[in-house]
Design a protein around this ligand. Structure first.
Ligand code: ZN
Length: 443
């Protein structure tokens, strides 16, 4: 039994309760109790006591869209005379070439580095979207191994695509099927599988139908990009549909629990299709800005009743950074200083939590008795009081992922005092860099 005490406990429970001089008692991977530190110490005199000395104690962050395979792209020479000028070219000149070149060690070390980065930035649950079109079968097992080593929770999916031929698409469907069946057999609570699809514009109708049949059989929804760039929209128009969501809905891809990523180029009628299907729309502000694809008008989408979550698309592992950028992007885009307020907070602490609860544990994302002990300690000493009404402003103006001091998942300490426990971070990052150098030679 462990008590983390003398902190400011941000419970994020239904009353947004904050406990000053508070503590959390952890036993058997779950939260046994929480409240005033001195009371907890008296109640549990034999527990190991860790004094966090006024730091913040809060639930670990949840990222509902990322790509563990993207690590080696950082600083990579694209070896092309003409750098990409639009979104479609970014895919062709960078991502689709990168995913073709990924081998077993590349997938493993890319993932391991990205996962360690999650621990460092306080992200304890992720939803990953993987592609490696010359190593499809077994690729999710390689990610699984890295996830297990890291100790965080991850939903994995292989992004099926016809872009490298229909046989590869079929192999992608088989990989999702194999992995999801395996995960369902040995459910650890740490791993989950969804059916990944790249995006409508690289998928034939027959592939969509096959994938939908599998989703029916496995009762598992999809994880796919939707209307990220204009290319996806024009493709659906060319195929005779009114838009991307119309096409995906007709082929049974939009369904309860489907994670539809980006949605920058959807019409208002398509937001309604998403809402009525029970899908989630996942906003990735930094990625959208970096690819210059436009900005999702969050408040307008929410006003339609769409459920919107927040992801990073592999741009960063730091959800605190993503919150800050989401807030600024809305204000900047709408020319409205009130935009990006409570709604961004809700994407992260309401909808992302709801998604994690759907696929993992019912109580992830809050500090309450019986919840999984997924929590982080942040060395943030505020110049102003912190209360339930102003915590969001401390997130926007003070707290960053680099201030995360301790990360605990399922009661296991993965990082303490900013040091990764159980894995040698320095040696691992050196191996990652050697592998990256080797990969760049082959790219
Ligand atoms: Zn993505």
């Amino acid at each position: 039994m462990l008590i983390l005490g003398n902190g400011i406990v941000i419970t994020l429970n239904k009353d947004s309760e904050i406990i000053s001089k508070g503590g959390v008692v952890i036993e058997g991977g779950r939260i046994l109790d929480l409240g005033d530190t001195s009371i907890l110490q008296k109640k549990y005199p034999h527990a190991i006591f860790k004094n966090v000395q006024g730091k913040i104690i809060m639930p670990g962050m949840i990222n509902t869209h990322t790509h563990l395979y993207s690590t080696f792209a950082r600083g990579m020479d694209l070896k092309t005379a003409q750098l990409p000028t639009k979104f479609g070219e970014i895919l062709e000149k960078l991502w689709w070439r990168l995913d073709k070149a990924l081998g077993e060690k590349d997938i493993y070390y890319s993932a391991l580095y990205a996962l360690l980065d999650c621990i460092k930035k306080g992200t304890t649950t992720i939803f990953d979207h993987h592609a490696s079109s010359n190593l499809i079968e077994g690729s999710l097992d390689i990610l699984e191994e890295a996830v297990q080593q890291s100790g965080i929770r991850a939903s994995l999916a292989y992004e099926v695509s016809d872009r490298d031929g229909h046989q590869k698409a079929l192999a992608g469907i088989r990989e999702n099927e194999r992995f999801i069946k395996k995960i369902k057999r040995n459910n650890s609570g740490y791993l989950n599988g969804m059916i990944g699809l790249h995006a409508a514009f690289t998928l034939q109708n027959s592939t969509l139908e096959k994938a939908a049949d599998l989703a029916d059989e496995l009762e598992t929804p999809f994880h796919l990009h939707i209307a990220e760039g204009k290319e996806d929209y024009y493709d659906s128009k060319t195929r005779g549909y009114k838009g991307v969501a119309y096409r995906l809905n007709q082929h049974r891809i939009l369904r309860p629990g489907t994670l539809a990523i980006h949605g920058v180029n959807l019409s208002e009628e398509e937001w309604e299709i998403l809402r009525d299907s029970g899908s989630y729309l996942i906003h990735n502000p930094e990625s959208n800005m970096n690819n210059a694809v436009g900005a999702l008008p969050i408040q307008a989408v929410l006003n339609k009743g769409v459920q919107v979550g927040l992801g990073t698309d592999g741009y960063t592992a730091d959800m605190f950074e993503s919150i800050k950028v989401a807030n600024l992007l809305q204000k900047h885009e709408m020319k409205d200083p009130q935009a990006g307020g409570q709604e961004i907070f809700d994407l992260v602490f309401h909808t992302n939590r709801e998604i994690a609860n759907k696929f993992f544990d019912k109580k992830l994302g809050t500090l309450q008795i019986g919840a999984p002990a997924d929590l982080i300690v942040i060395d943030y000493y505020s110049p102003t009081p912190i209360n339930r009404n102003n915590f969001y402003f401390h997130l926007l103006f003070g707290i960053t992922g680099d201030r995360v001091d301790t990360t605990i998942v399922g009661g296991k300490i993965l990082m303490e005092g900013k040091e990764i426990i159980n894995l040698d971070y320095k040696i691992l990052t050196q191996k990652v860099q050697e592998q990256a150098f080797n990969f760049w030679e082959r790219f």
